[in-house]
Design a protein around this ligand. Structure first.
Ligand code: GUN
Length: 292
């Protein structure tokens, strides 16, 4: 049976360290990091995410602003909101919740955010910095995955890592981070030929494909570390259930360690967002970043 990787516990610890760092910045530099979140439209899941972000931002002692805009907001009005936040010196982090309504070009919105305030790490400048090994604000879920993998395995150097999924939000950035950790990285996806045999070679599996329970236990190398990024709502036996991209029961029987869903990667995302906001605030103010 695999060791369970407790992302909820790790995220709690990280948030405590962030709260201490925030208190230090306040005391030593009169700096209160601030995060502005913009939500366009009424997507119920997005509303829950945004409310959780605001709550945890306040809990660690930072300033939080929520800007709710109607679903029919024009692209120009959203870009103007982003520009206003770029120009506001009390705002150090800006997050526009995705997805935005279809009539808005999401790439244009993300690339309008000041890269210094881009705590999602989605701006092309931060993506380019990450992929060229320069200091960058890095996307939150990938950062959380690598934190959990390192906490579980120690040094990742030389490991075969297989990333399943190639999204801009998780697959591509997590592959870049794993390269930085000196892994041998394979990026597979839903169209890869013989996915099972690719995954069988992995010491570390990152499943971020968005298909419920797609990865089966007989794909997993004995003792491998499995990080499951999937959050899929399914109905089973007449009940709604959250499941990952891995078939938990069969993978758990073979893996050395595995993240549960929920309680694995999920709680890490917001903790890493707060981490990025503190990092952005210290960099913008030109002060040393406290240990976290
Ligand atoms: N929607 C789902 N995940 C994310 C995320 O990490 N950032 C933003 N901005 N929107 C999301």
């Amino acid at each position: 049976m695999a060791k369970l990787i407790d992302g909820k516990l790790y995220a709690e610890g990280l948030r405590k360290r962030i709260a201490i760092a925030v208190a230090e910045l306040k005391r030593d530099h009169n700096l209160i990091p601030g995060l502005a979140v913009v939500l366009v439209g009424e997507d119920p899941a997005s509303k829950v995410y945004v409310a959780n972000k605001a709550k945890q931002t306040v809990e660690v002692g930072m300033n939080s602003w929520e800007h709710k805009m109607p679903a029919d907001t024009s692209e120009a009005d959203l870009l103007a909101m982003v520009q206003k936040l770029n120009d506001d010196p009390s705002v150090h982090g800006i997050l526009v919740q995705m997805p935005v309504p279809k009539h808005i070009d999401s790439a244009k919105v993300l690339n309008t955010i000041d890269p210094a305030k881009d705590v999602d790490g989605f701006h092309v400048v931060n993506v380019g910095r990450l992929s060229t090994g320069q200091d960058a604000l890095v996307a939150c879920t990938p950062t959380g995955c690598v934190m959990l993998a390192k906490d579980t395995l120690g040094d990742l150097s030389g490991l075969n890592a297989v990333v399943i999924g190639r999204s801009n939000i998780v697959g591509k950035p997590v592959a870049q981070l794993l390269l930085t950790e000196n892994c041998t990285v394979t990026i597979a996806h839903s169209r890869s030929k013989d996915l099972a045999s690719i995954v069988r070679g992995a010491d570390l599996v990152i499943a971020a494909v968005g298909r419920p329970e797609m990865v089966k236990g007989d794909w997993i190398k004995l003792g491998a570390c499995v990080i499951d990024v999937g959050i899929n709502r399914i109905e089973r036996d007449g009940k709604n259930k959250l499941v990952g991209d891995c078939d938990f029961a069969s993978c758990e029987a073979v893996a050395g360690s595995i993240t549960p869903v929920p309680g694995g990667v999920g709680p890490m995302t917001i903790a890493c967002l707060l981490h990025n906001t503190v990092k952005a605030a210290a960099a913008i103010k030109g002060v040393k970043l406290p240990e976290m």
